[in-house]
Design a protein around this ligand. Structure first.
Ligand SMILES: [Zn+2]
Length: 132
């Protein structure tokens, strides 16, 4: 898909904004927070007839290709929700930055050079972090 010429400056502004504001949330979490209403199975418990069952929060996420589910105590739900939202926002911003970079690599319609072109990686192009 060709990038319309008029959108390149907008993409560059968006790219600069994302780079300037992107910061990993130190306690960010992956996945999703969900409320379930399980029943304990006891024939005398209120949950046998109560549609609310025993309200239970859990965080579901994937690690190394495996889905994990962690119970979240009610007292921690607001904090965990905050860090899940922060984690998802960070992931979305990184994905948008990478997509913006890819869009800027496309040559403009006048077949001129791409306005942003990452340098192909070579060992000599890799600057030492701690020279000397
Ligand atoms: Zn019960």
């Amino acid at each position: 898909m060709k990038t319309p010429a008029a959108s390149i400056p907008a993409l560059q502004r968006r790219r600069h904004h994302l780079i300037a504001t992107l910061a990993p949330p130190p306690d960010g979490l992956p996945g999703s927070l969900a409320l379930s209403h399980p029943r304990c199975g006891s024939p005398t418990c209120h949950c046998r007839t109560d549609p609310q069952g025993h309200p239970s929060w859990s965080l579901t996420f994937r690690v190394a290709g495996t889905t994990r589910v962690v119970h979240i105590p009610h007292a921690d739900v607001d904090e965990v929700r905050h860090w899940v939202e922060a984690g998802n926002a960070f992931k979305a911003a990184v994905a948008e930055l990478l997509a913006t970079n890819a869009q800027l690599m496309e040559p403009p319609p006048a077949s001129g050079p791409a306005l942003f072109s990452p340098v192909p990686w070579t060992e000599s192009a890799c600057l030492p972090i701690f020279p000397g």
